[in-house]
Design a protein. Structure first.
Length: 327
């Protein structure tokens, strides 16, 4: 089969399309899927650079955390899927290939209205966002959510699900045009962040109360302002570290606010934990995608042969929503 292959760690020039061995025939609860499209994530950029190694059992050379395609073969224990079914899922790696092997518990059926490229934009972003704001953040109707990097794939997914849940959503971005587009998706308050200071603006918007939940895809550079922006008993969910991993802060702020700080990552979880997160998303949110109330936002689709260009585009920070590779 053909697959995206990292020849050595470094820049996009180290990517090529290579013939590699097919995954083994599925046994037990495993399913073999013929991939039609695969989402491109910043984790793939980090893996290409050698900063985010694949978990044990997955190739370091073949990236990819989400896909959409058709069931090709099933193991003898699989009862809820059959060859030909249209499916999408998260995986710990190797999704950017013509065939991928995955546990059936991670599969979701693609809603009929969606194309494969739209479906490939759903699993990683939407499951991550749902797990962060709904399961871990316990966001409730009438509460306030602050999303950093709101124009990212995870940010846009969280924005739409939070609005569907009846929350007020504040979002930050360094780009005014992206904030305007998020406003069209329901963003209540857009905050352009030319620097790392935003707590005063959050206080103004919330009448001094702060945000009930903060979804942070930036990390260290926003941490101090995040604590200042939290409501008493607020929850800070740390998902990304594009703004650095190390920081210092005054512990008295955490004590005074009685806040909860939760770090989360999806890739390294067990299959059982990922299945739980997938099922919760299916039960609570997938129906809104089926009706069109929530939509995956695909910025650009690249044929798999242009994977280098896709990496360069995602790294340029020009994208709004998801970048997808098409087979």
């Amino acid at each position: 089969m053909k697959a995206v292959y990292i020849t050595q760690f470094g820049g996009p020039d180290n990517l090529e399309i290579r013939e590699v061995s097919d995954p083994p025939k599925p046994t037990g609860n495993n399913v073999l899927v013929r991939v039609k499209a695969a989402g491109l994530n910043r984790a793939d950029l980090l893996q290409r650079k050698g900063f985010y190694p694949a978990p044990e059992g997955y190739s370091t050379n073949i990236p990819g955390l989400e896909f959409a395609g058709d069931v090709a073969e099933i193991g003898e224990e699989v009862t809820n899927f059959k060859p030909g079914d249209r499916v999408m899922a998260i995986t710990a790696g190797e999704a950017q290939a013509e065939l991928v092997s995955v546990d059936a518990s991670l599969l979701m059926r693609i809603p009929d209205p969606l194309s494969y490229t739209d479906a490939a934009a759903i699993p990683e972003a939407f499951i991550t966002a749902h797990d962060a704001i709904c399961t871990l953040g316990e966001l409730q109707e009438g509460q306030t959510l602050l999303i950093h990097a709101v124009a990212s794939g995870v940010g846009i997914a969280a924005l739409q699900m939070a609005k569907q849940a009846g929350a007020t959503v504040l979002g930050t971005s360094r780009t005014a045009d992206k904030l305007d587009r998020c406003s069209e998706l329901g963003l209540d308050h857009a905050i352009e962040t030319a620097d790392t200071r935003f707590a005063e603006r959050i206080s103004e918007i919330t009448g001094g109360n702060g945000a009930d939940v903060i979804l942070d895809l930036v990390g260290a550079s926003y941490f101090k302002e995040n604590l200042a922006s939290l409501k008493t008993k607020g929850r800070l969910i740390l998902v990304g570290l594009t703004g650095g991993a190390a920081t210092e802060f005054d512990l008295r702020t955490a004590l005074q606010k009685r806040c909860t700080i939760i770090g989360t990552v999806l890739r390294s979880r067990s299959v059982e934990e990922k299945a739980d997160a997938t099922n919760l998303f299916v039960d609570h949110a997938l129906k809104h995608i089926e009706t069109g109330a929530i939509k995956p936002v695909v910025d650009k689709v690249f044929p798999i042969e242009q994977v280098r260009e896709a990496h360069e585009y995602l790294e340029s920070n020009q994208s709004f929503g998801k970048v997808v590779l098409e087979f």
